[in-house]
Each structure stands twice: as structure tokens, then as C-alpha cells.
Design a protein around this ligand. Sequence first.
Ligand code: FAD
Length: 336
Amino acid sequence: MNISDLRPRVAVVGAGLAGLSCATILQEAGCRLRLFDSGHGPAGRMSTYRGDDWQCDHGAQYFTARDPAFQAEVTRWQTAGAAAAWNARLAILDAGSPPALRDSTIERFVGTPRMSAPARLLAQSLPLTTACTIGKVAREGQHWRLWSTEHGVIDDRFDAVVLAMPAPQAALLLDGAAAELATMARGVVMRACWALMLRFDERVPLAFDAAFVNQGPVRWMARDSSKPGRSGPETWLLHANAPWSEENLDAPEEQVASALLSAFVQHGGPEPAAWTAHRWRYADVAPDHDPVPGYVWRAADGLGLCGDWLNGGRVEGAWLSGRALGHEMLAALKST
Ligand SMILES: Cc1cc2nc3c(=O)[nH]c(=O)nc-3n(C[C@H](O)[C@H](O)[C@H](O)COP(=O)(O)OP(=O)(O)OC[C@H]3O[C@@H](n4cnc5c(N)ncnc54)[C@H](O)[C@@H]3O)c2cc1C
């Protein structure tokens, strides 16, 4: 039987890059799809903070493309004006030595005019419901049902459900639906990251656009306004390293800002005109955990998992995880 006759109904929970790439594959093959996200738009950790007259990428800073399929996708984003190469002047900041500018042959890409643009491009053709936190998924007879914190039961029954979110958040939904997968997800530790966005009235006179920092609480700093397609005031982004962020998880924003700002000033940065802090609770995957499979598809009851935590972290890993799951689901759904 042809899949277009079957038209399976699939719910994808999470509109980050993994959920979006999975949903795209399924929708293009004719599935009746619904996509849900707790946020006010798609993109997840690849999003951009927007103020009145300024913006700043406060999650993923750039992405690389090594896999040919992802390279082709990035080219498509570039053609659509949603991504461009970022030729940043990169530095390494080590303790006690001046900034060392680093030549890099790695091509780094960013969304344009902001990091969330590729996700928004993907979401354009998908039936996405935002501000919809899925609090429970459960199998009822032959189908999956979903409950949202904001809207109660979702008025639909699904043949398959995909959870495309950080491992700890997936574990909460898996508890009632698939205990062994909940245990697998709990085995993956995801670490926090404090982000500090700085605004300046004038150009910051540092000789680099971005730096990997190997001392103190900050691990990365970047002149966000040096990325292609940006307008508005000079904006910088600081990311704290994972151990410091975990240690200061519940610290007041003022305390976090003070520590990160003094590190910035120590490296020659001026005091900003204004700052905004943001805490990512589940930013990246801690290095030591059991091997994970890239994605999970449980054909017996139509349950899928995808996300960066299953595929090496990062934007490219997330996109590839969702895509691989989508293809496997199509093969399975076609054969039923
Ligand atoms: C500070 C920081 C810096 C980073 N730097 C880089 C970098 O430089 N380069 C790089 O390649 N990667 C970087 N990353 C990682 C990159 O952002 C991620 O690997 C990638 O975006 C993950 O995509 P995802 O779809 O797996 O998950 P996410 O982007 O987290 O998407 C999950 C989505 O699920 C939604 N969701 C969660 N729970 C629910 C629920 N119960 N109901 C409904 N919706 C739900 C969330 O709102 C979110 O939109 C960084 C991440 C952070 C936070």
C-alpha cells in the first residue's frame, strides 16, 4: 500500500532542529502531522533573544556542516537567505598571555538575520502549535494521546509520537510511556549554561570578534553584531563554562552578571550600557555517558526519540538525528 493512502497521523513534540527535520521528512511523505512546542516560536536552543531595538543569539553561536546531507541543507538555507558564513576574527584567551588570534579553516555558519532563521524557514510549511507544553503522552488502544499543560487533552489521536527535546525533558514524558527509554534518557546528563548579553553605545575596541576562553568562568565571548545580516547596536554575548554554570545554577542574575562582566573587563572589554542574563538549564551533553544510538524508533507502538543528545550534540547532530528518525519511521509506517 502507498503511504499517501495510509496517511499516518504523527505528533512531534519539540520544534528545535531535530523535531523540525523529522517533521519535514514525515510531512513531505504525506503524513498528517502536528508539531507542538512549549516556546513562543520554533528553534529551541538555536534561538535569538530580541529586545526593543536589539537582538542577540544567546544559545547556539554558529554551526558547522560536515555531513553531505547537512551541507546540502545549509546551502538551501543560504539560498533562501536564512544562513550565511560567519568569517569571525577568532582568538584564544589563555591565562596570563595576550589574546592569540587563531587562523581557522573550519567554515562556520550562522542564521541570518538571526540564529533562529533556519528553524523559522523549516517551520513555515509545518503545522506548528506554539506555547503548548506537552505534559503527558500515553497510548490508548491503537493510538497515542497527548495532554498539554495549557490546553488539556489534544483533540487528536496519533499513530506515532516523536519526542524531540533534551534528555531530561524527554525522560519526564517517557516515565509513564516507556520506562526503559526513560532510564536511557536519565543516563544522559545535560549541563547548564549561563548566557550574558551586553549592549554598548559604541564599538568595542577588542581586536577579535569571538574568543574561546580558557580561564575563569567564561568559556566563549562573541561580538554578536559582527555576524552577517545583523543591524542595531553593538552587542556581545558571553557564555559561562558548564562547571561554573552548574555551580551557580540558582544564583541571582545580578551575581552571575557581575562575575561574567568582570571576566570580560579583565580581557579588555569595557563596561556595557546594559545587560540581560539568560539561563539555559539543559545546554549541552556532559561527555561521560553510555553510548546512545543516534535516534530511537520503537516500531511496536510507534514511539520515536531524536535530538542532539542522541547524536553527538550540536546543531548538525540534532538535524541529522531527526532526519534519520524520519526516514526510519517512513520505512516502518509504509510496511504496516
Ligand atoms: C548556550 C548554548 C550554546 C551552544 N552553542 C552551539 C554552537 O556553537 N554550535 C552548535 O552546533 N550547537 C551549539 N549548541 C547546541 C545546539 O543549540 C543544540 O545542539 C541544538 O539546537 C539542539 O536541537 P534539538 O532539536 O535537539 O533540541 P532543542 O533545540 O532544545 O529543541 C527542543 C524543543 O523542545 C521544546 N520542548 C521541550 N519540552 C517540551 C514539552 N514538554 N512540550 C513541548 N515542547 C517542548 C523546547 O521548547 C525546544 O524548542 C549550543 C546550545 C546552547 C544552549
